[in-house]
Design a protein around this ligand. Structure first.
Ligand code: TXA
Ligand code: MG
Length: 310
């Protein structure tokens, strides 16, 4: 059954007891709610409710072959849905709650709507660190499917107003918890095969996430063009052309900067907001200064390459 895409008067409530109570009531009623997490804002729905999950795909315009991450309160809740190897469990114990998503085989008869995993035999599980999402997990008592709270293919949201611009009128509620602390989506590691595989670089490096060789980087669930601003984007720019809005880094100053001090964590937290600002500027093109590839720089460059792909 496809729920109708009803027009909503999208409401923004601050994170707090009243906001979480409103959000939990909507979740239990099978609706979607935009929630802050420590990575980016997510569009949450009850992962056990097929209609609620369909509403996520509907609101985002997300292709139905692209599966969702399920957010859980703790490892015990995760193990009710997925089958954890020793290596997967070790990673969860070390990094949860935190910005690591673990892909494991789906447990037979797991209580989860089939569309969450888009028919795959695996499930992506994440135990978020942000108090707001943890409070909603507690208040609703459900595992929560939550992709980033943006229209499919668009720039990910790190602030409530980014969500409003992308999904306003398509969802009933946004809980505003201020700017996301990390600003980049979680690292995704698959633990199904003989060795762990990095599916998406993120705030935790692959080397830190697993005690194994880095191996080959693959991102099967990811589209090459993603996080896309509406304007052409040029990478590794040393200078801006007159018609370009330059996003600087370190000593390379531009119209905006990811981090004037050249701090990569600060750059990650600022990246999507800077892309949103560039999109809204009066210049027809965007250029971005070179960003070092070490540490979280690998994830920043991954997102920039996808934003530049057409
Ligand atoms: O930080 C995050 O992970 C944020 C916050 C809201 O938690 N969520 C997020 O979700 O980034 P989304 O839907 O934008 O990205 C999820 C990625 C997609 O690329 C999807 O293909 C992949 O996870 N994915 C989900 N289930 C998978 C599976 N079973 N196997 C492989 N990839 C999977
Ligand atoms: Mg996304």
């Amino acid at each position: 059954m496809e729920p109708q895409n009803q027009p909503f008067e999208t409401e923004i409530v601050p994170y707090g007891a009243a906001g979480i109570a409103r959000a939990a009531a909507l979740i239990v009623d099978g609706q979607v709610v935009a929630m802050p997490t420590e990575t980016v804002y997510g569009l949450a729905a009850d992962a056990t409710n097929a209609v609620a999950v369909a509403r996520i795909y509907d609101a985002k315009g997300r292709p139905s072959f692209n599966p969702l991450i399920v957010h859980v309160r703790d490892l015990a809740a995760a193990e009710r849905l997925g089958i954890f190897s020793d290596a997967a469990r070790a990673a969860a114990v070390r990094w949860w709650p935190g910005p690591l998503t673990i892909v494991v085989p789906l447990r037979p008869n797991a209580w989860i709507a089939p569309r969450v995993t888009a028919g795959l035999a695996t499930i992506a599980l994440r135990c978020p660190g942000s108090p707001a999402m943890r409070d909603l997990l507690d208040a609703s008592g459900r595992p929560l499917a939550a992709p980033s709270a943006n229209a499919s293919g668009a720039i990910s949201p790190t602030r409530a107003d980014h969500v409003l611009r992308s999904l306003g009128g398509r969802i009933p509620l946004i809980v505003d918890g201020g700017p996301a602390a990390l600003g980049l989506e979680s690292t995704i590691v698959a633990f199904g095969g003989a060795t762990p595989r990095l599916l998406r670089p993120g705030p935790i490096t692959f080397e830190d996430a697993v005690a194994a060789d880095p191996g080959k980087i693959e991102a099967p669930g990811q589209l090459a063009s993603h996080y896309a601003p509406s304007k052409p984007l040029r990478l590794e720019a040393g200078l801006a052309a007159p018609d370009e809005w330059l996003i600087g880094f370190g000593d390379l100053r531009g119209d905006d900067s990811l981090s004037e001090s050249g701090d990569l964590d600060e750059a990650a937290a600022n990246l999507f907001a800077a892309l949103h600002r560039a999109d809204q500027s009066d210049k027809p093109r965007i250029a971005v200064a070179p960003i070092p590839h070490e540490g979280i720089g690998a994830a920043i460059n991954d997102r920039l390459a996808r934003a530049a792909a057409t």
